[in-house]
Design a protein around this ligand. Structure first.
Ligand code: SF4
Length: 328
């Protein structure tokens, strides 16, 4: 059964919802290995690394998303205390990333500024470094900030829908609306800038929800990147005791995403997969590891999704051990 579905992809045909569901239902080790191998064979690019700078954790979304350990006051394992990075701190972080050889940086921050913090970060990064730039302030963008991000030649803008299950979204993110995130994804796409938009998995969504989500993303014409993020509970949050997303579910979802989108960048943040596990997304067809932090990074980092992150030296040695090449 799975062999027929995988042959469909190998022959260049698109997967339909039933095909995707059958892949999610894969149970035997043999089928899972075949799924991973097929996904890996489809990846046709070098491995990209993306570092990060967190602009602010002061989030005006109220109530807070139930899993959030990033916003000020949400978790003692996260940043907890409020911060707003000064221009010099953003610049020092970006310069450090550039020196380390990592080609790309993500500038992300909490919500409530209409994108002005993202625009300022884009100005600093693009005027002072040659880094490729992704900004991620979720739905906190308006038409003006989007235009300015384009003027600073921002390469990619990320707005994760996280789940397209409306009830689940409302339950997990009571201070946000799914339709706002969809609108921003459409606006990014209409602006011509590359869109990154991903799935947060392991929070109660069904396989049907994941399949619907992957197919829904096809409507965004500048979609170039899909982050796959497994849920991990942050201490002190309402979801502290909810079980973390299993590694198997994460790698299965990464592999299926590669089969549905053979040519897109599939991103796995090191905090969500766990620094010890970064080889697994690579053997499932991912081609971008995010939140990779150089040794001499000038500030403390708490990953979005979990407080840990991948150190550059360790990540590079894992990529090399697997015989893969890094994009420089
Ligand atoms: S997940 Fe993002 S939008 Fe939600 S509360 Fe945390 S920082 Fe704010």
């Amino acid at each position: 059964m799975i062999q027929n579905t995988l042959k469909k992809v190998q022959n260049g045909n698109e997967l339909e919802k039933n095909d995707i569901l059958s892949l999610f239902q894969t149970k035997s080790a043999e089928d899972l290995l075949y799924l991973l191998q097929t996904a890996c064979d489809l990846r046709n690019s070098k491995i990209k690394l993306t570092s990060t700078v967190h602009l602010t954790n002061v989030c005006k979304v109220t109530p807070k998303c139930k899993y959030c350990g990033f916003a000020a006051g949400t978790s003692h394992d996260g940043y907890y205390y409020p911060f707003f990075k000064a221009d010099s701190e953003i610049l020092n972080a970006a310069k450090c990333v550039e020196r380390s050889g990592i080609p790309r940086i993500s500038c992300s921050g909490a919500h409530g500024y209409n994108g002005s913090h993202a625009v300022n970060a884009a100005r600093l990064v693009k005027e002072n470094t040659s880094l490729e730039l992704l900004v991620n302030v979720g739905a906190d963008l308006n038409k003006e900030s989007l235009k300015e991000l384009g003027e600073y030649e921002t390469d990619t803008i990320c707005c994760n829908l996280e789940t397209v299950n409306q009830n689940l979204f409302n339950e997990l993110k009571p201070g946000e609306k799914l339709e706002d995130r969809i609108k921003i994804c459409n606006n990014i796409s209409d602006s011509g800038i590359e869109l990154s938009s991903g799935l947060l998995i392991g929070l109660g969504e069904s396989y049907i929800d994941r399949a619907d989500h992957l197919l829904y993303l096809k409507k965004f014409k500048t979609l170039g990147e899909i982050p796959i993020m497994g849920f991990n509970p942050y201490r002190d949050t309402p979801m502290e005791y909810y079980p973390p997303c299993s590694l198997i579910e994460q790698i299965k979802t990464i592999a299926i995403t590669r089969l549905v989108f053979p040519d897109l960048r599939i991103t796995v943040p090191t905090p969500t997969i766990g620094p010890k596990n970064v080889k697994y997304p690579l053997i499932a067809g991912a081609n971008n590891l995010a939140t990779v932090i150089p040794e001499d990074y000038p500030s403390n980092v708490k990953g979005v999704g979990s407080s840990s992150y991948g150190n550059l030296k360790d990540v590079v040695s894992i990529v090399k051990e697997l015989g893969l090449n890094l994009e420089s």
